[in-house]
Design a protein around this ligand. Structure first.
Ligand SMILES: Cc1cc2nc3c(=O)[nH]c(=O)nc-3n(C[C@H](O)[C@H](O)[C@H](O)COP(=O)(O)OP(=O)(O)OC[C@H]3O[C@@H](n4cnc5c(N)ncnc54)[C@H](O)[C@@H]3O)c2cc1C
Length: 409
C-alpha cells in the first residue's frame, strides 16, 4: 500500500468497529450521554450477520425481552419470538432513533495503540482500496463472535463435485426440494436447517459427532431460558440443570436413543464453562423421531457425490450444508497482546470482566450470552468512556492536533 494514498482522520470520541447489535448499542448509549462516536462497518448495511448471512425462517431463539438493546424496547405488537425481518426492522429504527450513521464499506485491517502519541491508529480499507487511518482515544471492538464462517477441512472435499456451502449462504430449503442433503453440525442452526429442508420436501440427514443438549424451547408454559434465569435466582446451577433435564426427558423422551447423546455436564453448567449453547428445539426432534431426518455419525471422507462415514457406511448426497459455526476475526486486525486471546479471538477474562482492556480498549458482544450480554457490556462501556471523556477529551484533542497534521472528519 502506498503510504501517500492514506487519508488521516482525527475523531473526537471512540471508534466502534462493527455495526451489528453490539456496536449500535454502544453508539446509542454514548449518544445518550453526549459522547460522539464513529462506527466503522465492513459491509454496506447495519446488522450484516442478520441481513446477509442468515436463513429466511430464522426467528430469535430467545424471547424478545432477553434480546432488547438498551434504551429502546421491542414494539408491543411483536410476537414473543420476533422474526429475522422484525428484528432487522427494530435495529434499523434503533439506529435511526439514536442517529447512528456507520461508515459503511470500511473494513478495519489494522488497529494499534501508538505509545508515543497516546492514541489508537485504526486503519480501514474500502472497496476502492483507498486506505483511511482514524486516530482516536478509544477503540470499541464490536466485530462479534460470528465474524467469519468456520469451514472444516474434510478429506475429499474437492472430489465431491456437488454443492457444499456454509449455513451463512443458506437461505431456504426451496432450492433443495427432492434432494438428499447432508447437514453437518447439530447446533441450533443445523437443527433448524434440517427442519426447513423437511418443510420443503428435501431429504435431510444430520451429522452428529459430539454430544448435545436438546431442550424444549418452552416448558411449563414459560420459555426455557426465562424459567432457567428465574430458577437460578433461588437455586444452585446444578439443581436447575437437574430440573431442566428431568422436564426435557418427560417432554422429549430419551434423546440418546435417537443418536443424540447428552454431555456429562448439565446444559447450564456446560454453557457456563465452555460457552456451548444447548439446542432449543423448535420441531426438529419430532422429525428425527418420525424418520424424516436421519442421524448419521461423523464423516470420514467425501467421494464423488457420496460421503463415507466413520462407521464405514457410504451414502449418496446431492448437497452438503456446513452448520459448523463461526469465529471471531479480532486477531487478524487488532494488534495488542493482552485483552484478546490469539487462539479464539475472544477476551481472555471471562464474563463479566472481559469488556475493558488497557489504553482505552473495549470489547462488546463477546460474552457468549447473545444480545443480553452485549447490552450489559454496552452500558458499562458507555459509562466508562463518558467518565474519561469528560475528564480528558478536550485536552487530548488539543495535544493530538499539536502533534499531527490531521484533517477533521
Ligand atoms: C443464526 C443465528 C441466530 C442467533 N439468534 C440469537 C438470538 O435469538 N438471541 C441472541 O441473543 N443472539 C442470537 N444470536 C447470536 C448473535 O450473533 C448475536 O446476539 C448478535 O448478532 C451479536 O451482535 P454483534 O454486534 O456482537 O455481532 P454481529 O451481529 O456479528 O455484528 C458484527 C459486525 O461487525 C462487522 N465486522 C466484522 N469484522 C469487521 C472489520 N474488520 N471491520 C469492520 N466491520 C467488521 C460485521 O460485518 C458485522 O456487521 C444468533 C446468531 C446466529 C448466527
Amino acid at each position: 500500500m502506498n503510504k501517500s494514498s492514506t487519508r488521516c482522520v482525527c475523531v473526537p470520541g471512540p471508534v466502534i468497529v462493527g455495526a451489528g447489535p453490539s456496536g449500535l448499542a454502544v453508539a446509542a448509549c454514548l449518544k445518550e450521554r453526549g459522547v460522539p462516536s464513529t462506527v466503522l462497518e465492513r459491509s454496506n448495511c447495519i446488522a450484516s450477520l442478520w441481513q446477509l448471512k442468515t436463513y429466511d425462517r430464522l426467528r430469535l431463539h430467545l424471547p424478545k425481552q432477553f434480546c432488547e438493546l438498551p434504551l429502546m424496547g421491542f414494539p408491543t405488537e411483536f410476537p414473543t419470538y420476533p422474526s429475522k425481518q422484525q428484528f432487522i426492522d427494530y435495529l434499523e429504527k434503533y439506529a435511526e432513533k439514536f442517529d447512528v450513521r456507520p461508515r459503511f464499506n470500511e473494513t478495519v485491517s489494522h488497529a494499534e495503540f501508538d505509545q508515543v502519541l497516546g492514541f489508537w491508529r485504526v486503519r480501514t480499507v474500502g472497496p476502492k482500496v483507498e486506505e483511511t487511518e482514524y486516530v482516536c482515544r478509544w477503540v470499541v471492538v464490536a466485530t462479534g463472535e460470528n465474524a467469519e464462517a468456520v469451514v472444516p477441512e474434510i478429506e475429499g472435499m474437492g472430489e465431491f463435485g456437488s454443492d457444499i456451502r456454509h449455513t451463512s449462504l443458506y437461505k431456504s430449503g426451496e432450492e433443495f426440494t427432492g434432494k438428499r442433503v447432508l447437514v453437518v453440525g447439530c447446533g441450533n442452526s443445523g437443527m433448524e436447517v434440517c427442519l426447513d429442508l423437511c418443510n420443503h420436501s428435501a431429504k435431510p440427514s444430520l451429522v452428529v459427532r459430539d454430544t448435545v443438549h436438546i431442550l424444549p424451547r418452552e416448558m411449563l408454559g414459560k420459555s426455557t431460558f426465562g424459567l432457567s434465569m428465574w430458577l437460578l435466582k433461588w437455586l444452585p446451577m446444578r439443581l436447575v440443570d437437574r430440573f431442566l433435564l428431568v422436564v426435557s426427558r418427560l417432554m422429549l423422551g430419551d434423546t440418546a436413543r435417537l443418536g443424540l447423546e447428552r454431555p456429562q455436564l448439565g446444559p447450564l453448567e456446560l454453557k457456563n464453562l465452555s460457552g456451548k449453547t444447548p439446542v432449543l428445539d423448535v420441531g426438529t426432534l419430532a422429525r428425527i423421531k418420525s424418520g424424516d431426518v436421519k442421524v448419521c455419525p461423523g464423516i470420514k471422507r467425501l467421494k464423488r457425490h457420496s460421503v463415507v462415514f466413520v462407521n464405514g457406511k457410504t451414502e449418496n448426497f446431492d448437497a452438503i450444508i456446513l452448520a459448523t459455526g463461526y469465529k471471531s476475526n479480532v486477531p487478524s486486525w487488532l494488534k495488542e497482546g493482552d485483552m484478546f486471546s490469539e487462539k479464539d479471538g475472544l477476551p481472555r477474562r471471562p464474563f463479566p470482566n472481559g469488556w475493558k482492556g488497557e489504553c482505552g480498549l473495549y470489547a462488546v458482544g463477546f460474552t457468549k450470552r447473545g444480545i443480553l450480554g452485549a447490552s450489559i457490556d454496552a452500558k458499562r462501556i458507555a459509562e466508562d468512556i463518558e467518565r474519561c471523556w469528560k475528564a480528558e477529551a478536550k485536552h487530548s484533542m488539543a495535544f493530538a492536533r499539536s502533534l499531527l497534521p490531521l484533517s477533521s472528519p
